[in-house]
Design a binder for this molecule. Sequence first.
Ligand SMILES: [Zn+2]
Length: 305
Amino acid sequence: MTGTLSTSLEGLPLLASALMAAERGWPVIPLHPNSKRPAGHAERACPGTGRCTGGHRTPEQRATTDPALIHAAWANRPYNVGIATGPAGLLVIDLDPAKPEEPEGAPDGATSLQALCERAGQALPDTYRVRTARGEHLYFTAPTGMRLKCSVDRLGPHIDTRAWGGYVVAPGSTTPDGTYEVAHDAPVLELPDWLAALLNEPDRPAPAPVRVHDGTRAARVALERECAVIATATEGGPNGRNVTLHKSACKVARFVAWGDIPRHVAEQAIQGAGESTGLPPAECRTTIRSALDWVIAHATPREAA
Ligand SMILES: [Zn+2]
């Protein structure tokens, strides 16, 4: 079957795309024509009737492999096709381009993934791939006994993953950015263990907000605010976190320079926030010290600030 599919994929009608996904055991949902948004109402607008009698049903819960339901839905409108990755037993790696506002040479998703594989000393299996409007989807079967959720930038910059709680736009669909097409019509392979392990790490517990008792009110507020900024910094991997740590430490350092808060109080609080992001303690200490040293040596008097 697979051999004949690739020839019929060009100009694939959307209904055929939906039926083909369902035949593979991948539940589908209709997406608005020319869009990535699921058709149907949002939870906050739920009428509580029809299919939602007894509670709102999310797109993931509505996704179906039933050919009769699929025929009925796609008979109405040229819906794009969404595949509900969780119930489909899929883990799809979504590679996106770098954003226009990023510096030139910033890695896109494909480059990030290649770097990740090189660091891990692993090759990526030659699995089924779909060219998306702006990047690529790599399809894998999700490991059994592991309920992987979606992730954003967890594996690296511009690498997202779709599993439970998400969906992917299926080949045959079109958005204003372009058409989704099968790029490599190979069997869908199992997600490698080393990637599953990276995705299965427990989420870090949300750190408790820092409360400071020493120093002037303005200094305490600034320190608490910067600690919160640091603690929520996840963007861009370790480098992004370190940059945030440095910037926040510099902001607090002014208050240390002015004598508004003791240095050890600021250092201790920022250190805790930095470590809560997963940065190594020694790296946090170095970054914080150099930021404080520099700002304290160069701080302008408060009147001039
Ligand atoms: Zn509803």
